[in-house]
Ligand binder design. Structure first.
Ligand code: 16G
Ligand code: MG
Length: 543
């Protein structure tokens, strides 16, 4: 490790004195103009992680659903997963080190993680479409990552524009020795489209024979990549893209995060009653569906209902094949109470709750033969153990009749999921295939259960770290008295549930409440906010 060369190069990407940023739930994310040194240093860190694991590591430049002027970066581990927690800490240390401390911090990581510096390193990069007039864009920031990679002697491949889940997919493919697929955009498009066409080819369609869906791409990378892929599956599905980035700003009044949090359609979407519509977020790793009814009312179908559709379909297939595999559904505290009840009582699958953040759900889902995980905000996928995948693919060839058909359907569904990360394009194709196979309209899907009315609020406090939680964020441990106050307030309402947690991405405390009526959910959320304000040092306007 030529530390002298690293220090010299680092001066070109100098860290603003005193700037401390933390590797959060989804990497580093902030105003793009503060990120140049972070990018360079994440290039360095990716090389060390690659040397330590002897595998390809990914670096994605994106700030997902954040405003256009922000940017961000996250590292992708060998199996296409989020970076291991101990390395998140190294990322924070490295990003916070003043220039003169850089050699010491790098040497400490090498020693602590027993990095073999003689190993070769390989890093792959992807980036979203962020371009801003006077600030470093994703492209420029990617160059800074490459600078970090090469100064430590690492090799790299820059995929250029990719959705976040596509980059996760590439990393997984490269480290699976070809088992998972070809690590190219072409390979990705072909694998998913082939599975989708196989799944839908027996379904008789109305009209011109193809189904169609309207997609709001948040003016982001999803539009580009969906356009690129659409010809591959056009015989089974036609997509009409809105907010494709040619006329509006990234994530502005559109995208999955906007639609989910505002519970209204995105700007620019033309909705006819009963038509299926969906929204991706800015880097296409989240998806939510929606439609409007004949009276013009908007209906949101979020991650919980997507998980329900997917897990009940998988359960039915297993029954038909005659296999009793261990299937589990993973949610967070934000999952609507009705969805949890429906999954447990009607679908009869065990449901588990983890802390917010993809990595927690993903790891829990890996414990099952088949693990389906979704956050209510629309990030999720299904994971199949290697043994299950091999078994189902064998059964698909061996079995005949209805059992054989079900096994082949499941084998294609396995191929259609991006098992490295929640993927809006892949999830959309899975949903479209299931709806087609089951002959369900969007209204029928929505009618599986009725969401409990709910409300989310946020409160600003002096230091959000005074709030700590347990039981997958469902109970507050500190400050003293807060949980008692929340429990007392819940007793006032029917079917009530409420919790609070410090946000991992903003300097605020989040409040969630649900109850049997919107009025009750609203008052409960308001009263809990007030308790947080009073007991946790609220600042600004009283709720
Ligand atoms: C990040 C997480 C997402 C989580 C959200 C919570 C990843 C890739 N993304 O976007 O899973 O739901 O943060 O944000 O892990 P919050 O902590 O501000 O509520
Ligand atoms: Mg995202």
């Amino acid at each position: 490790m030529d530390l002298e060369a690293v220090c010299k190069r680092s001066l070109v990407h100098a860290k603003p004195q005193g700037l401390i940023l933390q590797y959060g739930t989804a990497g580093f994310r902030t105003d793009a103009q503060h990120l140049d040194h972070i990018m360079f240093r994440m290039g360095l860190l990716a090389v060390l992680r690659s040397k330590q694991t002897g595998s390809t590591i990914g670096v994605m430049v994106t700030a997902s659903h954040n405003p256009e002027e922000d940017n961000g970066v996250k590292l992708v581990d060998p199996l296409g997963e989020m970076l291991a927690p101990s390395w998140e800490e190294h990322a924070t240390c490295l990003a916070s080190a003043e220039e003169q401390d850089l050699p010491r911090v790098l040497a400490a990581i090498v020693e602590k993680e027993a990095v073999d510096l003689l190993q070769t390193a390989f890093v792959v990069l992807g980036r979203d479409t962020r371009v801003t007039a006077f600030r470093p864009s994703s492209e420029k920031l990617s160059q800074s990552v490459i600078d970090g990679v090469t100064v430590l002697g690492g090799q790299f491949h820059d995929y250029g524009l990719l959705t976040t889940p596509q980059l996760h997919y590439m990393v997984y493919c490269r480290n699976s020795g070809g088992r998972y697929g070809l690590a190219t955009v072409e390979g990705y498009c072909q694998k998913l489209s082939k599975a989708f066409i196989e799944l839908t080819k027996q379904v008789s369609c109305s009209g011109d024979g193809t189904r169609s869906v309207k997609v709001d791409c948040a003016n982001g990378i999803g539009a580009l990549k969906l356009k690129e892929m659409a010809p591959y599956f056009s015989q089974g599905l036609s997509v009409q893209i809105f907010n494709d980035g040619t006329g509006g700003r990234l994530n502005h009044l559109c995208g999955a995060d906007f639609v989910k949090s505002q519970q209204k359609p995105p700007r620019g979407m033309e909705m006819e009653p009963g038509e299926r519509c969906c929204s991706f977020d800015g880097d296409a790793d989240r998806i939510v569906y929606y439609y409007c009814d004949a009276a013009g009312h908007f209906h949101l179908i979020d991650g919980d209902k997507i998980a329900t559709l997917i897990s009940s379909f998988l359960k039915e297939l297993l029954l038909e094949i005659g296999e009793s595999l261990n299937i589990g559904v993973v949610q967070t505290a934000y999952a609507n109470g009705s969805s949890t009840r429906y999954l447990e009582e009607v679908v009869k699958v065990p449901v588990y709750c983890t802390k917010t953040g993809v990595k927690h759900l993903h790891h829990k889902a890996q414990e099952f033969d088949i693990g389906v995980y979704f956050e209510a905000n629309g990030h999720g996928t299904a994971l199949f153990s290697e043994a299950v995948e091999v078994k189902i693919k064998r059964l698909a060839q061996e079995l005949e009749g209805e059992k054989g058909k079900a096994a082949r359907t499941l084998a294609n569904i396995i191929d259609l999921f991006n098992q490295a990360a929640g993927d809006a394009i892949s999830d959309m194709l899975v949903i479209e295939a299931i709806l087609a196979l089951k002959g369900l309209t969007v209204q029928q899907w929505d009618a599986l259960y009725v969401d409990l009315p709910n409300r989310q609020l946020k409160v600003k406090v002096v230091d959000r770290r005074v709030i700590s939680t347990t039981d997958a964020e469902r109970q507050a441990v500190t400050p003293p008295g807060l949980q008692e106050a929340i429990s007392d307030l819940m007793k006032k309402y029917k079917l009530a549930r409420a919790f609070v947690r410090p946000s991992g991405t903003e300097d605020i405390v989040r409040i969630y409440a649900e109850a049997n009526s919107q009025e009750s959910a609203d008052s409960l959320a308001c009263e809990v906010s007030l308790a947080v304000f009073q007991l946790a040092g609220g600042i600004g306007e009283r709720p």
